[in-house]
Design a protein around this ligand. Structure first.
Ligand code: ADP
Ligand code: MG
Length: 705
């Protein structure tokens, strides 16, 4: 079957609405979606009835509010349509009230102290901008999730608010250029990287099961050095998985398009056609769920962790971001006329300027225990934010920087329009130098934010980015208007003037060189760009006065909500490292040491036998064995004392009640104790009889498909 024929078959989309609702109701619904109008109870009832009959006709038996709590996973609680009336009649029931709002117990979701246990209830409320879909036999209704007192407990609520703020700010700036623009929405096209590993091998690894990454394991003799995996032919077993996955995705309306092998062995990537950001975020969360389920059927397991294997490339999730208008224009794509290019430059420069203002916050949005291991490794940019714009745009902004102050002469304006902004589309066309080492790169018609981790929910970085660009556009508009009104300047003169000032300011964040090099780390320091190497340090940016003001002034997150998120993220960090430390302690003590001793006993037996045969001459024959026996003892004792010391540090850290200090202690005192333990375990892996080794090795894990 053609992909276009199955696309969206399991989605209750606009066509279904049209089919099931009368014209008046349909129009009211569109008002609700486009303008955020309140939905009447009668309309909700009609929609619920429509969804119910559609879902039942597709074989659904249950419905569920589907939401994205701050755990990073999706959450759902299924209820059957099935009900029994007071008179004892069995029937299928689903009404407007059940569609619009539910009250799941929120006490087990992270809230950062917002939700007291005596108000354990939370509300989920329907998000009509993201369509309902049937997954397996459940009708899933995308919802926001808020506390009893109205604070956001999920990723979607602030994302939706950031989209609305950005719409408002960007639309009013667009009006300088085109009066027909009435809506601007951010677009997102993510690129999801992942590892696919044989399930039975994963089952032998408690570290992968518990933490999603290998806490020990010696590198295999062949890794990714030959680069023979990248864009190579996709292994059959993987291809079967991908085909089924794509079929499921298409039915659910996820417009998957690209699939290919990545750099590391067993690493792959999947990318869709871009969509409006809220929908795209939902689709990414849904995709990650589906991937686990489909992989399971193929006896495979998906690893989304950013750094599952030492010495092997990690996984990211590039977030391609742009702005689109209701008139079908991509605001970050150069246009055909000087005026549309001035519009392009306005949005382009304001975005870069926003990123400079909040660079530390934007990095914080990508920080997590797992992404810390990827950022700054050889295959990913360090946790320093810089923006790559390419040679040609660098030239354009250099020319614009020299624009005269105040009103422009007609000659200067003509020259600018013809020779600077008039030339943009041509030159961008051959803008092929894509700097892969930049965390935030302009790629011709969008920005590609590459620091986002593969495991992350895109909502957080997208919310932060939307918010900062909205804030910047608001201040841009105020400045331009004040020149127009106060100084009697022409609109385009005013825009040129403000852009010129902004260009002077954004210089420190622009970097075209190798973002992975040590030279850049030093240079960034000179430029006063932040470089927080660990999550607990990075997260402090949430509480900067300018961050709190950004979110609260735009009504995206209140101070209390941002503080709560700070705590949730710190706690998550601490718990992740705690689980890793416990798992490593457990594996090294219960799996590695006993195995090593077992093998050592075999060697001892051997030496004893040699002594029996050769008497005092035995050393001639047992020399190597005795050396290995000694080495094993050395490693065993190093592991044991390492684990003891790690446990001591953990106990100390656990006594700290301040969230920030505790996370810092885990980062500085516990995490750092894991490497030496691993070192000795990995040495033992090289010494001990392969048949005795209890864990699947890198060569098996990475070359299993
Ligand atoms: P690559 O970066 O791997 O060279 P492409 O440039 O073709 O690949 O696109 C990568 C991603 O960019 C895709 O997921 C695509 O959906 C997304 N993308 C393209 N245009 C836009 C846009 N205007 N807004 C958001 N994402 C976009
Ligand atoms: Mg890309």
């Amino acid at each position: 079957m053609k992909h276009s024929e199955i696309f969206g078959a399991s989605v209750f989309n606009e066509n279904n609405f049209k089919q099931y609702l009368n014209k008046e109701s349909f129009n009211s619904l569109i008002e609700v979606i486009d303008k955020g109008n309140k939905m009447s109870r009668a309309l909700a009832d009609q929609i619920a009835a429509a969804m119910k009959s559609w879902a039942l006709s597709k074989g659904a038996t249950h419905y569920s509010h589907w939401f994205q709590p701050l755990t990073g996973a999706t959450a759902e609680k299924h209820d059957a349509f099935f009900d029994i009336t007071v008179d004892g009649f069995p029937l299928e029931k689903f009404d407007g009230a059940e569609l619009v709002q539910q009250e799941p117990d929120a006490s087990s979701f992270p809230s950062g102290g917002i939700r007291n246990t005596f108000e354990a209830r939370g509300y989920t409320a329907w998000d009509p901008t993201s369509p309902a879909f049937i997954f397996d036999t459940t009708l899933c209704i995308p919802t926001i999730f808020v506390s009893y007192t109205g604070e956001a407990l999920d990723y979607k609520t602030p994302l939706l608010k950031s989209i609305a703020s950005l719409d408002q700010a960007a639309t009013s700036v667009c009006k300088y250029f085109d009066k027909n623009v009435s809506k601007v929405y951010p677009t997102l096209g993510w690129e999801q990287e992942y590892f696919l590993i044989d399930k039975s091998l994963i089952d032998s690894r408690p570290d992968l099961k518990m933490t999603g990454r290998t806490l020990l394991g010696h590198g295999s003799s062949k890794g990714q050095q030959l680069s023979d995996h990248y864009f190579g032919s996709i292994p059959n077993r993987v291809l079967e998985f991908m085909k089924e996955l794509e079929f499921e995705c298409l039915r659910l309306g996820i417009p998957v398009k690209t699939r290919h092998n990545e750099v590391a062995p067993s690493q792959f990537e999947l990318a869709p056609i871009f969509e409006e950001v809220n929908l795209s975020v939902d689709h990414n969360s849904l995709l990650m769920d589906i991937m686990h389920k489909v992989a399971y059927k193929h006896d495979l397991e998906v690893l989304f962790h950013e750094k599952p294997f030492n010495g092997i490339n990690g996984s990211g999730k590039h977030n391609n971001w742009s702005l689109a208008t209701n008139t079908g224009v991509n605001l970050l794509s150069p246009g055909k006329t000087p005026m549309s290019n001035l519009q392009f430059l306005t949005f382009f420069i304001n975005t870069v300027s926003a990123v400079l203002d909040h660079e530390e916050l934007l990095i914080a949005a990508t920080s997590s225990a797992s992404n810390d291991l990827r950022l700054g490794a050889n295959e990913a940019p360090p946790a320093i934010l810089s923006v790559f714009i390419g040679e040609q745009l660098t030239k354009v902004i250099e020319d614009l920087e020299n624009v005269s102050k105040g009103k422009l002469s007609p000659e200067e304006k003509t020259d600018l329009k013809l020779n600077v902004i008039g030339k943009i589309p041509e030159i961008l066309l051959d803008n092929t130098d894509r700097n892969r080492t930049s965390p935030f790169a302009f790629t011709g018609n969008k920005f590609e934010f590459r620091a986002v981790g593969s495991k992350a929910n895109c909502a957080k970085p997208m919310t932060f980015l939307n918010a900062m660009v909205a804030e910047k556009l608001i201040s841009f508009k105020i400045k331009v208007d004040s020149l127009v009104d106060g100084k009697n300047m022409k609109k385009d003169d005013a825009i040129f003037n403000i852009l010129r000032d902004q260009i002077k300011e954004i210089k420190p964040i622009l970097f075209e060189g190798d973002g992975y090099s040590d030279i850049w780390v030093k240079e960034a320091k000179k430029r006063n760009l932040s470089h927080n190497k660990s999550t607990p340090e990075a997260l402090s940016a949430y509480l900067f006065e300018k961050s709190v003001s950004l979110f609260s002034s735009l009504n995206i997150l209140s101070q209390r909500e941002i503080e709560a998120r700070y705590i949730v993220d710190l706690e998550e960090y601490t718990m992740r490292i705690q689980i890793e430390a416990r798992t490593l302690g457990d594996i090294s003590r219960n799996h590695i040491i006993p195995t090593a001793i077992n093998y050592q006993n075999t060697l001892i037996e051997n030496v004893r036998g040699l002594k029996e045969i050769y008497g005092n001459d035995f050393k001639k024959y047992a020399k190597e064995q005795m050396l290995i026996i000694e080495r094993i003892s050395g490693h065993v004792s190093a592991i044991n004392s390492g684990v003891n010391s790690m446990i001591d540090s953990r106990k100390k850290a656990n006594e700290i009640s301040d969230h920030q200090n505790k996370a810092m202690e885990y980062s500085k005192q516990v995490l750092t104790k894991m490497d030496p333990i691993r070192y000795h375990c990995d040495k033992l892996e090289l010494l001990v009889d392969n048949t005795l080794w209890p864990l699947a090795k890198y060569r098996e894990l990475l070359f299993s498909c």
